[in-house]
Structure formats: structure tokens, C-alpha cells
Ligand binder design. Structure first.
Ligand SMILES: NC(=O)c1ccc[n+]([C@@H]2O[C@H](COP(=O)([O-])OP(=O)(O)OC[C@H]3O[C@@H](n4cnc5c(N)ncnc54)[C@H](OP(=O)(O)O)[C@@H]3O)[C@@H](O)[C@H]2O)c1
Length: 436
């Protein structure tokens, strides 16, 4: 039976879940796949913290170097997190001839070009399923199951923390601050949830998906990113009143007008009004969901746990198995040349994107509706519906427009900010209509 040695560096939540999976399922892997996956070493800075898996103390080490130089280990699992030590560990692992599995989206979005290239030129496998959808498998579906398609769009809820917070705001009538506290109490948000709430985490993930869907490097720093930091109870109420839910969406799609050879791509993260009966509108709590469109397959939908020790370990362990299978059969996992990391993904100017938009301004006193409707009209955005919303102790006048150019809506928002006493309370959220 084929014997493959595995070393885990980073014995925190995901590392622990992965060790647990490899230990508890060893019989299954032997019987079903003919693979003997041996956990040879587990490394962490702190080995004394209690963890929900029992391991032979002899497997544990505080030295990453000893894992990387262990000749019995063919696959290194990097679950340290961050972009500094993790980068060194992954690059050193590849240089030492190891195959790598990582759950680290920040690392790949930041240093992916260097890391993917290093793996390619060394002929090593590098898999990262858990980095995007946690337990929800999207990378393999996109890169392998849908490989016979030209991918036209990807849209998803890729940050469970933000989705949990928005769900709490809707279900419990909480403001953002209280909903974030609730998420922290339930273990769905870190002590410092900035990267989740400001959209950076979703940006890392959609940039990786865009890279592998469209075949060029997508730099997450170049895409438009807005998190949920400005979402107020009034937005949740306005969405509800118009039959929508506020969701933090990550979207990557080909510009429809672009000729095949000169396609441009719109990649962004933003809060969006999603119809309440749309499958993305129905995703509540810490779940993730994604919708992929391919030219032959049409629409494919995925849904599952985007994080958590056990669900995330499911994706990490599946990558370990896939590499183990490839090592024993000599199979190639991804074509060498896909994606082309030397070329940047051409990003479309979104000024011309048209969508319906919900715009709110503070206050409900006389003249507010007129100010809102007239300002939007002067910027070529026709208002379909205008109403008042009172939520979270504040009152707003809200308008929903027909399809309008993004640049025009931005112009209207700037004008409205200059016309009201609390400019920060003027806010616009697009409806899903044109984003897919
Ligand atoms: N948690 C999830 O649900 C989830 C889901 C998908 C992907 N991910 C990704 O998976 C990775 C790990 O996340 P996590 O939640 O498991 O984090 P975590 O619980 O903080 O685990 C990381 C572990 O690595 C240890 N560590 C830090 N630097 C190290 C080093 N140089 N050498 C050895 N060990 C080191 C940490 O020790 P100290 O605590 O002492 O620093 C900690 O025990 C991240 O990239 C994350 O984005 C996580």
C-alpha cells in the first residue's frame, strides 16, 4: 500500500481539525483509496494548549525546520495563517521538495504569484481548497469539474462573519456593533474582525477565484472593495421593505461586450440588495454560497460551511488525499500554464456598469423626498420608489432607482452629501439586477 507522510505546521483550529481528520479517517483512506496517510509531525509555537485531538507527543515539535527537512514527509500542510512566517514556510517546503496544502487566502492573494511559480518550477503540487470556501468546495469545482467551460461569472457570499452579522441585524434588529459582538460571542468573528468586515477577506478569495477562472493574475489590491462597515439598520429595513436582503457579495464576471480575445473583467466586493427569494438572498448565518456560470454548463450553485475547525479540515484533508493520489499515480493536478501568472487580469472600468440602486439620505422632514428624487434625476437616475424608513433610532428617506450608470449614481451621492447636514449618512447600495 502506498505510504505518504504528512506534516502539519500550525496546530490551531484548522491544523487541529486536519490532524483529527487524518487520524480518525485513516482506515477509510486505506480501504477506499489504498493510501496510508501517516501523520509524521505537527508543529506549533505552543504545544501545551489543550486540543480536541489526541496525538503521540513524539509527533509534536516547535521546529518548523525539522518538519521541512524530514525525509519521511512528502506533503506539508500550512495552517499557520498570516503572510510572513507562512510565506517562508511554504517557499521553504517547496524548495525542500515537499508538496503543499494551505488554507491561507491572505498568503496566496498577497504572494500567490511567487508561490505558484515556485511550485510550478519545482514540479510540486500546491492545493488551497480551504482557502476560499472553507468547507464548501469551490476551487476544485472551478478548476477541475468545470474545466470544459469558459467561465463567465462567479458571485458569492464568501465571508461567513459578515453574513452572520447581517443575518443578526435582520433577525434580531441589532445595529452593526451589537451584531459583531454577537458574532464574536458565537465564535464566528475574531477578536479583531477588521479583515472580515472591511471586505478584505472576501477580496482575497474572489481574486483567487478570478485568477483561476479567467487565467490571469488578479491582484486583490486593484479591485473595488467595500465591506459592511457602513450598513445601518435602515439599510436592512429598506431591503426588507423592497423584498431584498443585504448581502456582502464577491463578484467576478466577464464584461459582456468584450470580444473573446479582449475580454475585460469586473471583480469587486460590495454590499448588495439581493432578492429575498434568490438563493444567495436565502443564505443566513455563517454559511457561504457561490454561483458559477460556465458557457456549457450554465449555472452551478454551491453552499456550505465557509469556516470552522471541522468543515475546513474536510477541504484540507481532501487536498492532502488528492496530492497523495497524484504522487502515487504520477498524475498532474493543474496544467502547468494555467493561469498565466505573468499577465495581470484586465479589469473593466465600472463607471458604465448599470444597475438599480437604493440610495438613502438622513432625515424625513419636508423637502427630503424632493431633494433625493431631483438630485438623482439631474444625474440621469430615475426614481421608481421613494419612502421613509425609521430604524435603529434614526430616520432616513430612501429611493430605489431604475437602471442607472454607476458613475452617475456616484455623482448624485456626492451632491447629496454636500446638501445634507450629516454627509456620512448618505449611502447607496446596488440591487443585484446588473451584477450577475
Ligand atoms: N478558522 C477557520 O475556520 C478557517 C477557515 C478557512 C481558512 N482558514 C485559514 O487557515 C489558516 C489557519 O487558521 P486558524 O483559524 O487555524 O488559525 P489559528 O487557530 O490561529 O492557528 C494558527 C496556529 O499556528 C500557530 N503558529 C503561528 N505562527 C507559527 C509558526 N511560525 N510556526 C508554527 N506555528 C505557528 C499559532 O500559534 P499561536 O496561537 O501561539 O500564535 C496557532 O496555534 C489561516 O490562514 C486562515 O485564514 C481558517
Amino acid at each position: 500500500m502506498a505510504q505518504i507522510g504528512v506534516g502539519i505546521i500550525g496546530f490551531g483550529k484548522v491544523g487541529t481539525g486536519t490532524a483529527k481528520n487524518l487520524v480518525e479517517k485513516s482506515k477509510l483512506y486505506r480501504e477506499r483509496y489504498g493510501l496510508e496517510l501517516g501523520l509524521r509531525a505537527v508543529c506549533d509555537i505552543d504545544l501545551d494548549r489543550p486540543r480536541p485531538v489526541r496525538l503521540d507527543r513524539k509527533l509534536m515539535t516547535t521546529s518548523a525546520a525539522s518538519v521541512l527537512s524530514d525525509p519521511r514527509i512528502q506533503i506539508v500542510v500550512e495552517t499557520v495563517g498570516g503572510t510572513t512566517a507562512a510565506r517562508d514556510i511554504v517557499l521553504e517546503a517547496i524548495a525542500a521538495g515537499k508538496h503543499v496544502v494551505t488554507a491561507n487566502k491572505a498568503l496566496l492573494a498577497t504572494h500567490g504569484r511567487e508561490i505558484f511559480r515556485a511550485a510550478r518550477s519545482a514540479g510540486r503540487h500546491l492545493r488551497f481548497e480551504a482557502a476560499v470556501g472553507g468547507g464548501m468546495p469551490v476551487v476544485q469545482v472551478l478548476t477541475e469539474s468545470l474545466r470544459a467551460n469558459r467561465i463567465d461569472s462567479i458571485a458569492g457570499i464568501l465571508n461567513g462573519t459578515s453574513n452572520f452579522v447581517l443575518s443578526q441585524m435582520l433577525a434580531e434588529g441589532m445595529d452593526l456593533e451589537r451584531a459583531v459582538k454577537a458574532a464574536q460571542n458565537e465564535g464566528y468573528a475574531e477578536l479583531d474582525p477588521t479583515l472580515d468586515l472591511d471586505g478584505t477577506d472576501a477580496a482575497h478569495k474572489i481574486a483567487l477565484l478570478a485568477t483561476f477562472a479567467f487565467g490571469r493574475w488578479c491582484d486583490f489590491k486593484k479591485i473595488a472593495v467595500e465591506g459592511i462597515g457602513r450598513i445601518a439598520p435602515a439599510d436592512i429595513a429598506a431591503a426588507k421593505r423592497t423584498g431584498h436582503r443585504v448581502k456582502l457579495l464577491a463578484v467576478a464576471r466577464a464584461d459582456e461586450d468584450g470580444a473573446r480575445e479582449a475580454r475585460e473583467y469586473e471583480v469587486r466586493v460590495a454590499p448588495v440588495f439581493v432578492p429575498a427569494d434568490h438563493h444567495l438572498g436565502r443564505v443566513e448565518g455563517a454559511f457561504n454560497a457561490v454561483e458559477l456560470r460556465g458557457d456549457f454548463v450554465g449555472e452551478v450553485r454551491l453552499f456550505g460551511m465557509g469556516a470552522g475547525m471541522i468543515p475546513t479540515a474536510s477541504a484540507v484533508a481532501a487536498d492532502v488525499l488528492e496530492i497523495a493520489k497524484a504522487i502515487t499515480t504520477g498524475a498532474e493536478l493543474l496544467p502547468e500554464s494555467w493561469p498565466d501568472l505573468t499577465k495581470p487580469l484586465p479589469l473593466a472600468d465600472t463607471s458604465d456598469v448599470e444597475s438599480r440602486v437604493c440610495v438613502r439620505i438622513p432625515g424625513t422632514k419636508r423637502g427630503r423626498k424632493k431633494l433625493l428624487i431631483e438630485t438623482l434625476r439631474k444625474c440621469y437616475a430615475t426614481v421608481d420608489e421613494c419612502f421613509r424608513v425609521s430604524a435603529g433610532g434614526a430616520e432616513f428617506t430612501v429611493a430605489v432607482t431604475r437602471e442607472a450608470r454607476e458613475a452617475n449614481v456616484r455623482r448624485a451621492v456626492d451632491k447629496l452629501r454636500r446638501a445634507v447636514e450629516k454627509p456620512d449618512d448618505v449611502y447607496a447600495i446596488p440591487l443585484l439586477t446588473a451584477l450577475l
